[in-house]
Design a protein around this ligand. Structure first.
Ligand SMILES: [Fe+2]
Length: 185
């Protein structure tokens, strides 16, 4: 498997861990337990911005190259679905983060509305990762040659992950602390 696909696969593992955490946080919130809003907001900020600036654009460049191949034309619907979902996911993460920030600032929102926004985002994100891992990546892996990957590697800018690698502590303090504390889980 190419280094780029491996990197995307690692992003998915990290993302899946964050979605489990977000889901558990929402369970606690809606059960009326104490809830860490900073943690949730940082988590969504990370998903929104790392996905927006790096993960999805990387996938989009790779997908565009792969789906130019004749062998991939029969899978065009998959390409369109993945591209559409990238856009939808971004909007959902953004809206849900704004919702949580609004609550923190004293905005009154219906519980069901908050819960629906959060649960729908988590569900689509999980489903999207599964689709990429199970259907898209194997096809891409077959479609692209070693030479194609070399070209892609030179085209795609490198970006350090601000939570799992570079650790931007000013921006993601609560999230980094939480993940370190629960490392072995
Ligand atoms: Fe992805």
């Amino acid at each position: 498997m190419s280094q780029l696909l491996e990197k995307l696969h690692k992003d998915h593992i990290n993302l899946a861990r964050l979605l489990d955490l977000l889901s558990a946080q929402l369970d606690a919130l809606f059960a009326g337990h104490e809830s860490d809003f900073d943690l949730k907001i940082e988590l969504l900020d990370y998903i929104e911005h790392y996905a927006e600036q790096h993960h999805h654009p990387t996938e989009d460049i790779i997908n565009a190259a792969a789906f130019r191949k004749a062998s991939m034309q029969e899978h065009k619907a998959l390409y369109e679905r993945v591209s559409r979902e990238h856009e939808a996911l971004l909007g959902m993460a953004h809206r849900f983060r704004e919702t949580l920030e609004g609550i923190m600032q004293g905005e009154i929102l219906r519980r069901e509305e908050v819960e629906t926004r959060g649960r729908e985002f988590i569900a689509l994100q999980r489903q999207h990762i599964d689709l990429e891992e199970q259907e898209l990546f194997p096809l891409i892996d077959q479609a692209l040659s070693k030479k194609d990957w070399e070209k892609l590697e030179s085209q795609i800018p490198h970006m350090d992950d601000p939570v799992f690698h570079r650790q931007d502590y000013n921006r993601f303090r609560s999230l980094i602390d939480y993940l370190e504390l629960h490392e072995s889980e």
